[in-house]
Design a protein around this ligand. Structure first.
Ligand SMILES: Cc1ncc(COP(=O)(O)O)c(C=O)c1O
Length: 384
């Protein structure tokens, strides 16, 4: 240091990125697009009379929406489902031309841009319709609408008593579909499913009575897998295309995401030494520790502290002590572990490694949240 300024020995990279492809990542999510294609083809085959809308919202449930969308379309999906118009526009920007439905926007979303890009939109109220009509004027575009009926989930969707007025107001536009979403499709036999199905039928009949001839869609992954009577014209699987099964059936779904890192450092500690914040774990005998540079800022839930295992050098091994922001420490006993060795945090389970579903069970959540939570700037995402 001279004159108070820092002098760099190397010039900084021209473009700052989180990942330098030439070096090993701290941790990486590996997305198996072959498994995704397999799952989509399997699911489409289970609903042979319906089209398949692959749900790629939330950046493809953390897997990368554009890559997932392309693979899903190759494997037989003909529609894509996104949450926001922005998400749909990102797919269009990547050159994807398949029909896309966007179903929930912030009130000031730029709908005109969506309509100009042929994004199909969901409406649940007359105010939704007004916003879309205004945007359609601005964009000089014809809206294509999916009318959403609230059949019992009480989220977005039109209440049955407002439905006739909505259909009447919307019918001057192209009404592509009447649609809804199930609250408890993953609880097989739950009476709410039949009740929602009945309300869905009623709403469809009302639409027909106004001279509209829409498609129908209501089935998420769980309904696709267990309720063929609810497949209708389009099925909308999300989690199942990512290989995670929301119902206890034995369909051959293959988990698409795995998460791995590498050993950054090994060390031997004597019996009686403790590990990590709060010293909640103490070695009962001399042992070898392997430090892994992945912590809660990289998607490893801190709630897994004291309960998680990883696959390292062919064996499942316990993580000692608390999960930190940047690292975990694996207890390897007397095994010799090489620095740089691969550490599988979760995967499809075929090698005995933990799965995203196991993480979810251990932390009291669902695997949806685990995979969605893996989209982090520090975690490199690679595709196979
Ligand atoms: C409207 C809608 N349809 C379909 C899906 C896909 O659901 P799943 O991931 O359970 O298949 C979702 C996801 O939550 C959704 O919000």
């Amino acid at each position: 240091m001279r004159s108070g300024r820092c002098e760099l020995r190397h010039s900084p990279p021209e473009r700052l990125t989180w990942h330098d492809e030439r070096v090993m990542a701290r941790s990486e999510v590996v997305v198996d697009l072959g498994a995704l294609r397999h799952n989509v083809a399997l699911l489409a085959g289970l609903a042979p009379s319906s089209e398949t809308m692959a749900v790629v919202k939330a950046d493809g449930y953390g897997h990368g929406a554009v890559q997932v969308a392309r693979a899903a379309l190759e494997a037989g999906a003909t529609w894509l489902g996104s949450c926001s118009t922005q998400e749909a526009l990102a797919l269009r920007a990547a050159g994807i031309q398949a029909p896309i439905l966007a179903w929930l926007d912030a009130p000031d979303e730029d709908l005109a841009a969506g309509l100009a890009a042929d994004v199909e939109m969901s409406i649940a109220s007359l105010s939704d319709l007004r916003r879309i009509e205004q945007a359609a004027d601005e964009a000089d575009a014809r809206p294509r609408l999916h009318l959403k009926i609230d059949t019992g989930l009480s989220r977005n969707g039109c209440q049955p008593h407002d439905w006739p007025a909505l259909v009447e107001a919307a019918r001057k536009h192209e009404v592509v579909a009447v649609w809804s979403h199930l609250a408890s499709a993953d609880e097989i036999g739950d009476p709410s499913i039949d009740l929602q199905a009945k309300r869905f039928d009623d709403a469809y009949e009302v639409a027909r009575s106004f001279g509209v001839d829409p498609k129908r869609h209501i089935a998420n992954s769980a309904a696709l897998l267990t309720r063929p009577d609810l497949h209708f014209d389009i099925v909308r699987p999300g989690i199942a295309i990512y290989g995670l099964n929301p119902v206890p059936t034995d369909h051959d779904l293959r988990p698409v995401m795995s998460y791995r890192s590498h050993v950054a450092l090994t060390k031997r500690i004597p019996a009686g030494e403790s590990v990590s914040y709060g010293m909640t774990w103490t070695a009962q005998k001399d042992t070898t520790l392997a430090l892994v540079p992945a912590g809660y800022a990289d998607g490893v839930p801190r709630a897994l502290s004291g309960r998680m295992e990883v696959l390292l050098d062919g064996k499942r091994r316990p993580v000692a002590g608390r999960v930190c922001m940047d690292q975990i420490v694996v207890d390897c006993g007397d095994d010799e572990i090489a620095e740089g060795a691969e550490v599988v945090l979760f995967g499809d389970g075929r090698r005995g490694e933990p799965t995203a579903t196991e993480w979810a069970e251990l932390t009291g959540t669902i695997d949806y949240e685990i995979v969605c939570g893996m989209y982090r700037p520090r975690v490199r995402r690679i595709y196979t």
